[in-house]
Ligand binder design. Sequence first.
Ligand code: ACO
Length: 335
Amino acid sequence: MYTSKISGLGYYVPENIVTNDDLSKMMDTNDEWIQERTGIKERRHIKKGDGNSTSVMGVKAAKIALERAKLTKNDIDLIIFATLSPDMYFPGGGVRVQDMMDMSTIPALDVRNQCSGFVYSLSVADQFIKTGMYKNILVIGSENHSGGLDMTTRGRAVSVIFGDGAGAAVISRSESKDRGILSTHLHSEGAHAKELSLEGPSTEHWVPELIEENPKENIPYFPYMNGQFVFKNAVVRFSEVINEGLQANNLSATDIDMLIPHQANLRISQFVQKQFKLQDDKVYNNIQKYGNTTAASIPIALTEAWEEGKIKEGDLVVLAAFGSGFTWGSAIIRW
Ligand code: ACO
């Protein structure tokens, strides 16, 4: 069996910065509330006409990752695309990337696991590499949240949290037994599907029904989040799945060189950091600059941490995510 390693990383965020003060001009909110509850100072939003979309941003991140992997598009055997905000209801973003990058007729797979999308995608890529079926896989997480948020006071508890952006990783075959992705662990709990969800348009809430019923509150084509319930579940599941990964590899928290949690909320990351008694330099957070970019948050943070020289060869890097579904997962990587 082969091992898989991350051979290239890249990210892209739109230029348009939206500060908490900018949001306070659109809805009844303020910088102090947002920073205190979430740690977020600003986020990026696609601007109408700037040419960006979920898949366009994915392509921009992917090109950087490919270059850093010293590979070309012709070396890629499979695209895995994670998003909750595809350009179109169907088909998904994977085939759009394949077309925009002119990648022959290689397969493209879409992953719908929201904030855990990147960890799930990494796990799928890892399995394909391990069995020898593919040599190089392009994994992308990308989100265009801003176009689908309720930017009025009614939606403030959700819309201040999310931002747009994309991250990408090239996963490649490695002959090394003790380097690369050591393990991935995935979970879900559909009983809580509606606690963080966007119900329509969907086959349960199809467009004519939405137009006809269009209630003033809880409009089903804007995301709904039971914030405190999500928070309580997130801190438990993050810790469980990190422990699960460490134990499977006979490792402990003291072995972690860098924890990159999904950037859900700075308070969640700080809670997890405290539970594992990790020093500040062992946990990477950039939610302050980008907000929560869902499937893109881990690859953006991983790329930035690597660019800043905070991840070195031989380091134990732990990725962990929790999000809508609920779904959660971890990846333990020896860099
Ligand atoms: N600005 C100002 N006031 C606000 C805002 C806002 N943007 N949003 C809500 N409020 C008000 C509420 O209306 C409420 O007012 P009231 O007391 O008069 O009724 C008050 O602030 C408190 O609201 P809560 O919802 O109880 O606030 P809470 O302290 O729970 O914070 C938050 C909300 C930040 C969403 C929190 O629950 C949370 O972080 N939850 C975790 C969810 C999360 O991280 N989601 C990220 C996406 S999911 C994922 O990636 C895992």
